[in-house]
Write a protein that binds this ligand. Sequence first.
Ligand SMILES: [Zn+2]
Length: 164
Amino acid sequence: MFSRFKAKEENRDNCCTLQPKGKITCPECGEKAKGVLGKTFEALVKDDAKAKFNCFDGFYYCKTVTCKLVYFRGDEILTQKDMSVVVGLKEGATPATVCYCFGWSKEKIKAELVTTGQTTALEDIKAKMQNPGCACEILNPSGGCCLGDVGKAIKELTKDKTDS
Ligand SMILES: [Zn+2]
């Protein structure tokens, strides 16, 4: 008897690449932007904004401080108003969150610098990355580890302090 194999067809939309590889240029600011996972997008974009898309894969994240775009995919763009969290890296964001997993913001780091002259942010984050572990993929708009941003924020805030 002739039997046919049921070919399992991957029936994905063409828009969907799991995590966009490489970097592409932000249509707004012209800086390089990095791809994020569909689950990052899904976790951090408001429901009403998500309703406009049938697929959450293939978006890029713009980390430029002065650029209003947060995520984009071709001509589909999302800004802070579409986000369920405050994108701390963007100009004027309050709180200026740098570590989403363990709740470190520029405000918190600054307060520590003012009271003790130093900050435990990096030690605290590194310790908690070991235990209980982090969830950057679904908490951080960049979808990635925050340590670079935290280091930059500390440098910036320490410099501010010595300047004033
Ligand atoms: Zn941009």
